[in-house]
Design a protein around this ligand. Structure first.
Ligand SMILES: NC(=O)c1ccc[n+]([C@@H]2O[C@H](COP(=O)([O-])OP(=O)(O)OC[C@H]3O[C@@H](n4cnc5c(N)ncnc54)[C@H](O)[C@@H]3O)[C@@H](O)[C@H]2O)c1
Length: 261
């Protein structure tokens, strides 16, 4: 709260679309945005989860099916959003495909794993952005936050996750492109690069050994929580973030800063 008693991050009156909003970071963002006054559309390939999360989020939140890799499904999402709310003030490109067990190094990754990862993460995010930018422009602009990863900045030392890392690196360029292309028309576009965030999925999928290693490698006392990402994305979606665009913002406990011995 500032001296006047108003919240620094105020999203009242704003409509925010979160892809992959049914679960994990997307679901947390949807709740935080709603708490800060926004009406939220959660689009997810897992329809029941999107609907259940929307019901929990409240404030008129809408959970809808969308496979972002499918351009027709994305066009339907854009129509649904336009019909329901008439505008979109912020887009969070959060949905992603990650095949932890099969996305290995160059020689070890099956081309089908590569293709699905590229189709969802890179091409899918392009489809969504292409469908939503015109709606945003009609309303005078807005904020696009594309969730990438520290893996899109520096490849993991394990040399695993070739497809995932490569798509996330490409998304940093998509985010920068949109900042350059539509900035003067009022659209701000940033990439958000989380490190290890303790979502339920990460705690389930990562071994205790890997989590201990990650906790040792960050410069902070603990790993990140979902709200550490949500708060930054909410700030960017609010008018407080009006001069921030074209950036890649790392929310990773400084892990890439502390690489030297
Ligand atoms: N959790 C972390 O530590 C971490 C770290 C770095 C980056 N990220 C990124 O943050 C974002 C969210 O990650 P998360 O950990 O919450 O993952 P998650 O798997 O819990 O959530 C991803 C959501 O995307 C949805 N989804 C997958 N494919 C889709 C498609 N084709 N169309 C629509 N929806 C689809 C899933 O159903 C799911 O609800 C992702 O972009 C991820 O790469 C997460």
């Amino acid at each position: 709260m500032n001296a006047a008693g108003a919240s620094l991050i105020d999203l009242s009156g704003k409509v925010i679309l979160v892809t992959g909003g049914g679960n994990g970071l997307g679901a947390d963002m949807a709740s935080q945005f709603s708490r800060l006054g926004a009406r939220v559309i959660l689009a997810d390939i897992a329809q029941e989860m999107a609907e259940a999360t929307a019901a929990k989020v409240g404030n008129g939140a809408l959970g809808v099916y969308c496979d972002i890799a499918n351009a027709e499904s994305v066009a339907q999402l854009a129509d649904t959003a336009r019909n329901a709310f008439g505008r979109i003030d912020a887009l969070v490109n959060n949905a992603a495909h990650a095949d932890l067990g099969a996305d290995l190094d160059l020689l070890g990754t099956d081309p089908e794993v590569w293709s699905r990862t590229v189709d969802v993460n890179l091409t899918g995010t392009m489809h969504v952005s292409r469908a939503i930018v015109p709606i945003m422009l009609e309303g005078g602009g807005g904020s696009i936050a594309t969730i990438v990863s520290r893996a899109g900045i520096a490849p993991p030392r394990s040399a695993r996750r070739l497809a995932y890392s490569t798509t996330k690196a490409g998304l940093i360029m998509l985010a920068r492109h949109m900042a350059v292309a539509y900035g003067k028309q009022g659209i701000r576009s940033n990439a958000i690069a989380p490190g290890t965030i303790e979502t339920e999925r990460m705690l389930r999928e990562l071994s205790e050994e890997r989590l201990t290693q990650s906790r040792a490698n960050v410069l902070t006392p603990a790993l990140g929580k979902p709200e550490d990402v949500s708060h930054m994305v909410a700030y960017l979606a609010s008018d407080a973030g009006r001069f921030i665009t074209g950036q890649t913002i790392q929310i990773d406990g400084g892990i890439l800063t502390g690489l030297h011995e």
